[in-house]
Design a protein around this ligand. Structure first.
Ligand code: SRM
Ligand code: SF4
Length: 580
């Protein structure tokens, strides 16, 4: 299909030509923000309120910060006629989830000082602080800067933290791919000097002008844009959920290029069938040296053709469906100035983490720990915060945050392994925490009490529900069986629920939609079975599926495939979600 663009492919500084009044209000906000500075500094200086105004709150997302309020005490505060208990979430940018022990110690220190003695690992391989007060934000930014970490591009309408297959022990390609992910992150990040001005009071030498954002212009992307790199056979980063995904292709241990996937995304809204999760399409293959041009080209297509009038339609997945995959591919090739080659064969076998120790080809040791739902905190019997700090203090491993909210202690010299093992034992961290294959493959988003979009519990409830489901699995001899289960407090999909074999998305307190039947390695979306149901109904529905699975499964068959094959989930087509 011919690509017809009214834009010169080389003009990357152009602003979108439509008048901003016709666009979503966020577009005018971005244009009028002086490249994201807005009035954030004034709001930070205002001591009368713990809040910032709505526009500045939206702009602060581009700086990695969200204003929140503690929902557990929202009603009580309202009754007392007090303003909500405003706090802030700050998310850092950590391409590929790689964190040195020095950085870990700083994160630990800041979490103890300002973040309620905790921090949270996320589904995109980075960490967040919650419960921050407005007057601590600059201190945190400074603390992070001391160890070379920032929160640019962790949120907002830009290319977000770039993900990369996590475990160096699993593939010779890991280091090579990670380097490309890091390069991509540095390349795609926005440039504005507003970040340094707002947080470090560093005035730019020149007033911000037309060249401040050579790629993004004043309007940045229409919406968030997510990029990830997968290293087969592990699909730990859930490649098909990324706006732009790269699947590593190699020959004799050397990275040759990438299959390119476009148009993935999870978010949907209940009762809005025009919103839906979508798995990306593999559109071709590129050589390694074509990577950054391809990133530019794909992002330029979305920048210039993504919807800017209706925000709920602004993700790349909708542009891909509106224009058609062939048109999108031709547009990418036109911007890039080269054609994509046919995709190369590849195979995935899981989207989970391989827990426990592995030895890499280079003889280094790597240990993946299961961190239930990513919360790093001291709990009775499991002092995770203290234990991981003790390990970081040895300086003898790198911390790598996994796409499943866990952590790999990596690059450990064989002689240092006993010391790390003994610390894990001393603090009770490790495999003992994992009671079943279901728990090992479970993931829940943050939800209550900090997420203002949550309609139901998630992180605080999934562990308890898993224990109840384990009661059923034990009955049918399925405790060891790896089954993916993911829960979110709303349909936005932050734990990528629509590619879990069992998924629950929150509708109201104690009420969830139940989905079954996704592919074990994230290759097929699941299907909604029940809407707005409580725990009893969920357990009652699941039990017979486990009984049948134990009895009638084929050799090696995964639970998700079984429920589709046997008709528990009728009409699930390969790679498509068509519930609504
Ligand atoms: Fe998310 C919004 C938490 C990964 C789709 N997400 C939010 C906000 C910021 C709520 C808000 O807008 O006020 C949540 C903050 C809660 C809190 O208190 O911390 C939030 N999202 C998270 C995290 C922390 C979940 C977790 O438990 O780990 C993840 C942080 C990742 C990171 O480090 O960057 C997180 N969010 C995701 C993912 C998974 C992924 O990217 O691999 C998705 C689905 C993929 C996708 O984008 O399609 C995701 N989050 C959303 C959406 C729906 C977007 C859409 O296209 O409709 C929203 C709502 C929005 O943007 O308007 C959202
Ligand atoms: Fe919040 Fe919904 Fe994301 Fe969970 S899925 S963190 S409830 S936005």
């Amino acid at each position: 299909m011919a690509f017809t663009s009214n834009l010169p492919a080389t003009d990357r500084s152009r602003d979108i030509s439509q008048p901003v009044e016709k666009l979503a209000p966020e577009e005018a906000l971005k244009v009028g923000s002086d490249y994201l500075a807005g009035g954030i500094s004034d709001d930070l200086a205002d001591e009368i309120t713990g809040a910032v105004d709505e526009g500045n709150n939206k702009l602060m997302k581009f700086h990695g910060i969200y204003m929140q309020d503690d929902r557990d005490i929202r009603d009580e505060r309202r009754h007392q006629k007090l303003e909500p208990a405003y706090t802030y979430m700050l998310r850092a940018r950590m391409p590929g989830g790689v964190c040195t022990p020095e950085q870990w110690l700083k994160i630990d220190e800041l979490g103890r000082a300002y973040g309620n003695d905790q921090f949270r690992l996320t589904t995109r391989q980075t960490f967040q602080f919650h419960y921050l007060l407005k007057d601590s934000l600059r201190l945190i930014m400074e603390g992070l800067r001391d160890v070379g970490v920032d929160s640019k591009a962790a949120c907002g309408d830009v290319a977000r933290t770039v993900m990369s297959g996590v475990n160096p022990g699993l593939s010779k390609l890991h280091k090579q791919v990670y380097e490309q992910a890091q390069k991509t992150s540095d390349h795609a990040i926005h440039q504005t000097s507003a970040f340094e001005e707002v947080w470090f009071n560093e005035k730019p030498a020149e007033p911000r002008g037309e060249n401040e954002e050579p790629f993004y212009g004043k309007q940045y992307m229409p919406r968030k844009f997510k990029i990830g790199f997968a290293i087969p056979p592990s699909n730990d980063i859930d490649i098909y959920s990324q706006d732009l995904g790269f699947i590593a292709v190699s020959s004799r241990g050397k990275l040759k290029g990438f299959n390119v996937c476009v148009g993935g995304g999870m978010g949907r809204t209940d009762r809005a069938p025009e919103t839906y999760p979508r798995l990306s399409d593999v559109i071709g293959y590129i050589e390694v040296d074509q990577l950054l041009d391809t990133v530019d080209a794909v992002m330029a297509v979305q920048r210039d053709f993504g919807a800017r009038d209706v925000r709920a339609h602004a993700r790349f997945k909708y542009t891909v469906d509106d224009k058609g995959v062939d048109w999108i591919k031709a547009a990418i090739e036109d911007f890039a100035g080269f054609g994509l080659q046919p995709a190369k064969p590849y195979e995935f076998d899981t989207n989970g983490d391989l827990l426990g120790w592995v030895t890499g080809d280079d003889g280094l040791e790597h240990c993946t720990l299961f961190i239930e739902n990513g919360r790093i905190i001291n709990r009775e019997g499991l002092p995770l915060l203290d234990g991981l700090r003790a390990i970081a203090r040895t300086g003898k491993c790198i911390f790598r945050m996994t796409p499943n909210q866990s952590v790999v202690l990596s690059d450990i010299a064989p002689a240092d392994r006993p010391e790390i093992e003994s610390l894990l034992k001393e603090y009770g961290i490790g495999q003992e925490a994992i009671s079943s294959g279901l728990r090992a493959n479970s993931m829940a988003c943050v939800a209550l009490p900090t997420c203002h979009l949550a309609m139901a519990e998630s992180e605080r409830y999934l562990p308890e529900l898993v224990t109840k489901i384990e009661g059923q699995l034990a009955k049918y001899g399925l405790m060891e069986e790896p089954i993916t289960i993911r829960m979110t407090g709303c349909p936005n999909g932050c734990a990528r629920p629509y590619i879990a074999e069992i998924a629950l998305t929150g509708r109201a307190p104690g009420k969830y939609n139940l989905y079954l039947g996704a592919g074990f390695h994230g290759q097929r979306l699941n299907k909604m079975l029940l809407e707005n149901v409580g725990e009893d109904k969920i357990l009652e529905t699941l039990e017979p599926t486990f009984a049948a699975f134990a009895k009638d499964r084929q050799p090696g068959e995964h639970y998700g495939d079984f429920v589709v094959r046997t008709g528990v989930v009728p009409e699930v087509k390969e790679g498509r979600f068509f519930n609504d």
